[in-house]
Design a protein around this ligand. Structure first.
Ligand code: NG6
Ligand code: CA
Length: 521
């Protein structure tokens, strides 16, 4: 085992660790405080990276990260959509334990409340500078947000020292960036107003002026046009503050780099919540056409390049060996998600979910089985593929173990200490994970994930999907519901085609009871 402790790590580790560099990775690591960067992609699928088997799509920078670390083949996002996954990542509680944890509109109140235990809060206690750059989508404010004033509660009220973020998604208004508590570049004479029910102001909508659009959109994505792209929801004002989709990733990368460069001499935690390849897909012109798969593939190339640029920066700053990098995705992939960007037509033989069934929104594996790479040179096993079952909900307990923090009683109830498997030092992961999604419901011109909650249990080779409602589909992805329970053997049938529930009623009932027990615990 290579165990090259850097100079800073040695200083942090103290003399004790320096003379016994061959102790188990986690024991030594418990005395270290590496920088921690979580790179969270948005809707990136298990099959979307070269190191996970993509051939038509090239991702050399992420592949390089994988070669320098451990690549997980049994990692799960806590949910099949964004908000609930991020809720679980940051709190250590599965989202289905709390109410209101569905895909949020851009004007939703803060879902994680001040005082609630969080990952950044825990790391802050351990002496970390904590920052979020990118997609928030966990709600802001207490009710109706005043976009023209101080916006709180937000990231700064749940443990982050610094935030440079978008309120919700690329496709939701307001399409502005917030730095800490204020909208960036807001002109007070051009105040922002946002409404998700009725039009505000007199700016054109996609429904009224489809000829002004860069690409067509479905009715839900046909409200206010910003930067030639119609969005979900209506906004007016804030003209100078609106982002340009094509420039957004470079801007976020710049802020991520500033954050790490300014704090390179003390431990930092950066939650870098990137947007790729979520809709609308409008990459920088230097990536347009780069993938041959249209905008979806091009944004993955952009993502890959951006990850590479951030890694190069760490090396340039001399902190690459002191930085633990975790790269994953908030949920599985989707091709068409509201905009006519030819993702379906140009996919060719590319399989965004790899061998798994369906993708985003689904209770099948494609919904939550996501790529995950962990790297920390000299500490995390290199060029390793791990089969350990892990879930993003484990970050809280695992990183708490790393930095030597105890979890308060009753906090992070679903989070298990997976530090040793995350370091690539053991294949013994969780015994089970709960997979989660909610049905999408259309009301008028808006779609919300406010329908039934669907849960599944993965334990060993088995996947149990609880019986719920008739089969549903959303944007071409099968949700995986049936009125009766389903049972699959993922070792023999990774594509979840042969439902064994009728053949194996005892095991099915056992897993149903186990899931119920986990829910109540
Ligand atoms: C859905 C949107 C979809 C996407 C998703 C959130 C419609 C029809 N679809 O409601 O385009 O924005 O919400 O994605 O409105 S997530 O990755 O943030 O969960
Ligand atoms: Ca997502």
């Amino acid at each position: 085992m290579k165990f090259a402790l850097s100079r800073r790590a040695l200083l942090l580790a103290g003399a004790g660790a320096a003379v016994m560099p061959r102790v188990a990775a986690s024991a030594a690591a418990a005395r270290l405080k590496p920088n921690i960067i979580v790179i969270y992609a948005d809707d990136l699928g298990y099959g979307d990276l070269g190191c996970y088997g993509a051939t038509a799509l090239k991702t050399p920078h992420v592949d390089r990260l994988a070669a320098r670390g451990t690549r997980f083949v049994n990692a799960h996002s806590p949910s099949a959509t964004c908000t609930p996954s991020r809720y679980a990542l940051l709190t250590g509680d599965y989202a289905w334990r709390a109410s209101g944890t569905q895909i949020l509109p851009g004007d939703a109140p803060a879902l994680i409340r001040p005082g609630q235990f969080t990952l950044p809060h825990m790391l802050k206690k351990a002496g970390y500078a904590t920052g979020v750059v990118g997609k928030w989508h966990l709600g802001l404010g207490d009710g109706k947000v005043d976009w023209n004033g101080a916006i709180a509660p937000g990231p700064l009220d749940i443990g982050f020292d610094y935030g440079y973020f978008m309120p919700a998604t690329l496709d939701r208004v307001p399409t502005v960036l917030i730095e800490n508590r204020r909208v960036v570049n807001l002109d007070p004479t051009d105040p922002i107003r946002v409404d998700y029910k009725a039009k505000v102001g007199d700016e054109p909508t996609g429904a009224e002026h489809p000829e002004r659009l860069k690409f067509g959109a479905d009715p839900e994505h046909s409200n206010t046009i910003v930067n030639g792209i119609s969005r979900i929801g209506y906004m007016t004002g804030g003209k100078a503050a609106r982002w340009k989709d094509e420039e957004l990733t470079d801007q976020l990368l710049g802020k991520a780099i500033d954050f790490v460069a300014e704090r390179k001499d003390k431990p930092f935690f950066l939650y870098f919540a990137m947007n790729e390849p979520h809709v609308p897909r409008a990459p920088h012109p230097r990536f347009a056409g780069a993938s041959g798969m249209g905008p979806r593939g091009d944004t993955i190339v952009q993502f890959d390049w951006t990850v590479g640029a951030l890694m190069d920066k760490l090396a340039e700053l001399g902190i690459a060996d002191d930085t633990l990098v975790i790269l994953s995705s908030d949920n599985g992939p989707i091709l068409f998600d509201g905009y006519e960007d030819q993702a379906v037509e140009l996919a060719g033989g590319h399989k965004p979910s790899g061998p798994y069934r369906s993708g985003k929104y689904s209770i099948y594996e494609g919904g939550t089985r996501v790529p995950m790479i962990v790297s920390w040179p000299g500490h995390v096993r290199e060029a390793h593929v791990s089969e350990a079952l892990v879930d993003h909900v484990d970050m809280v307990a695992s990183l708490a173990a790393l930095v030597g923090q105890a979890l308060p009683q009753g906090a992070a109830v679903d989070s298990f200490d997976m530090l040793i498997p995350l370091m690539g030092r053991s294949e013994r992961g969780r015994e089970y994970v709960v997979e989660d999604t909610k049905l999408m419901v259309t009301t008028g011109s808006t779609v919300a994930s406010s329908g039934a909650r669907i849960l599944a249990l993965r334990a060993g080779d088995w996947k149990f999907i609880r019986g719920s409602v008739e089969p549903h589909e959303f944007h071409g992805n099968a949700i995986g519901t049936l009125p009766r329970h389903q049972l699959y053997n993922l070792a023999r049938d990774p594509g979840e085609r042969a439902d064994l529930a009728a053949k194996m009623p005892d095991l099915t009932a056992k897993l149903a009871a186990r899931l119920e027990k986990i829910e109540k615990d």
